[in-house]
Write a protein that binds this ligand. Structure first.
Ligand SMILES: Nc1ncnc2c1ncn2[C@@H]1O[C@H](COP(=O)(O)OP(=O)(O)OP(=O)(O)O)[C@@H](O)[C@H]1O
Length: 296
């Protein structure tokens, strides 16, 4: 295994043989999940440490672009709330990424599942919201140049030990250059329900489009409901419409997911979270809060 000493201490180029051994020859029983990019397996390295191994499904030019983007973007970032890329393997036409292993899978697998959502009490949800805000703040303000994630959503938030949230999936990320505040893209590649209007309609991304996605994610964490519509649903029945309605009627405490009703509920924190979520999903970019003001 070759080691590259860089901003991440020891980024490793692994041999295919070693990755296959670590994952028990990519055994079905080691499979953690399937994404648009490929299949993810659990692996164990010879020193006993556990890793997640993402095997690119096909080496299409789109896949290769995302792969290169993912590496370039996260090689230089190191933060408690961002998934850490440990290494890669590019051999025999195989493209494989090796990440730190996060034992509690992704946030969407809790908040939208009636049985598992009980496992996330308010206290944990609040910590998760704060952790995502910290990770986003790092990407937007403490990396040089700043990074726009472009696909922030609960399935891209992985949960580690003690339910610490980590933002993952940097295949779509955009790195800003110079003093750019926004960037025009060729197409909108995010996910329906999480894309701000200026991005979905005009293909302009900025920190504020990530802030919009963060706002939707916060509202989903609080309510346990999915926002399935684009920014402006013409029928007026999206989660965002519902949240605005409850907020304007002054009864938004009724928005919370009844599945996690427990003694840890702190009304003030819940109301503050709903308010932050709603501020973030405002249609006008300039009305949305800055990432710095989200650290609370
Ligand atoms: N570092 C990791 N540790 C533990 N499990 C992981 C890790 N990375 C991914 N997984 C698991 O593998 C699944 C697939 O992840 P992947 O990032 O490939 O796709 P996705 O984000 O679910 O979908 P898409 O690529 O379409 O956005 C995740 O839902 C998660 O359960």
């Amino acid at each position: 295994m070759n080691e590259l000493v860089g901003p991440v201490d020891r980024f490793q180029f692994m041999e295919f043989r070693a990755v296959a051994e670590a994952t028990n020859q990519f055994a079905e029983s080691n499979k953690l999940g399937q994404g648009g990019f490929g299949t993810v397996y659990k692996g164990t390295l010879p020193d006993g440490s556990e890793v997640a191994v993402k095997r690119l499904a096909n080496t299409s030019s789109q896949g290769m672009t995302e792969f290169r983007n993912e590496i370039q973007t996260i090689l230089n970032v190191l933060h408690l709330n961002l998934v850490r890329l440990l290494g890669c393997c590019c051999e025999r036409e195989e493209i494989i990424l090796i990440y730190e292993f996060l034992e509690n899978s992704s946030l969407n697998q809790y908040i939208f599942d009636k049985t598992r959502s009980k496992l996330l009490n308010w206290d944990t949800r609040y910590k998760i919201i704060k952790g995502i805000a910290e990770g986003l703040l790092y990407l937007h303000s403490y990396t040089n140049p700043p990074i726009i994630h472009r696909d922030l959503k609960p399935s891209n938030i992985l949960l580690g030990k003690d339910m610490i949230p980590k933002i993952s999936d940097f295949g779509m990320a955009k790195i800003l250059t110079g003093d750019q505040r926004e960037v025009a893209t060729e197409k909108a590649v995010g996910t329906r329900g999480y894309m701000a209007e200026e991005y979905a309609m005009h293909m302009t991304v900025s920190q504020k489009s990530d802030i919009f996605s963060f706002g939707v994610t916060v509202l989903e964490i609080v309510t346990g409901e999915r926002n399935l519509e684009y920014c402006n649903s013409f029928r007026g029945d999206s989660l965002l419409d519902k949240a605005w309605r409850y907020w304007n009627d002054g009864n938004c405490i009724n928005l919370i997911d009844s599945n996690y009703l427990d003694s840890s509920l702190v009304e003030e924190e819940i109301l503050r979270s709903i308010q932050v979520g709603l501020l973030c999903v405002q249609p006008h970019v300039d009305d949305r809060p800055s990432t710095k003001s989200l650290s609370y």
